[in-house]
Design a protein around this ligand. Sequence first.
Ligand code: ADP
Ligand code: 5GP
Length: 205
Amino acid sequence: MNKGVLVVISGFSGSGKGTMMKELVSNYEGYALSISATTRKPREGEEDGREYFFKTEEEFKKMINEDAFLEHACYVGNYYGTPKAYVEKMLNEGKNVLLEIEIQGALNIKKQMPDAALIFILPPSAEELKRRLIGRGTESMDVIEARLNRAKEEAEGIENYDYVIVNDKLDESVAALDNLITGLKCGTFRNIDFINKIRDGVKRF
Ligand code: ADP
Ligand code: 5GP
């Protein structure tokens, strides 16, 4: 079985990347969404083990010491990390694994796994970004401001990503994301087992 693509998705808070991930996993085949651990408090409607594994700071630090993370980072006052075991298992099962993480984590993954595809989700405009973040209604104005400030820094790092997708109409942007990842899966180096199988068959002619 050929390995799946490790896909790293980032974007400004409120760009709609979380919504896109949910749609992609529910409506398209062959994806596994990695669930991160975080010290952030759950938002209304979020469940432990579904959106995140919600941890105390002590629990999070213990996981760091046990080398349980592929990467971890601090974002606007909270820790976030990608548990290693699930990602490796799903890639070996041929699934395309989605990591929805911020920019420091994305760059860290690229260093360790250069074959990972880094995709940055853009809003259709800066005004629409602000509207979406405020409209989500899950953060206080202070936190919204801190996240918009963080967007200024993140905007400087977009060229480190391999691809960008504009999340204007949700269905269209999710379809574009699936098309992109499906294309990446055709990479020669990702299909070497199958190529060798055909090669052996052809040699026997
Ligand atoms: P992120 O995960 O990037 O912080 P969310 O997925 O939480 O962002 O989306 C932020 C808000 O924008 C949510 O209220 C969501 O319903 C809305 N949203 C997401 N995608 C779109 C879209 N394509 N068009 C309009 N609203 C959107
Ligand atoms: P939120 O609090 O809005 O769910 O997430 C805040 C930011 O943390 C987002 O940019 C999200 O992509 C990022 N994030 C979520 N999980 C991880 C993770 O495991 N590692 C890193 N580095 N960032 C993460």
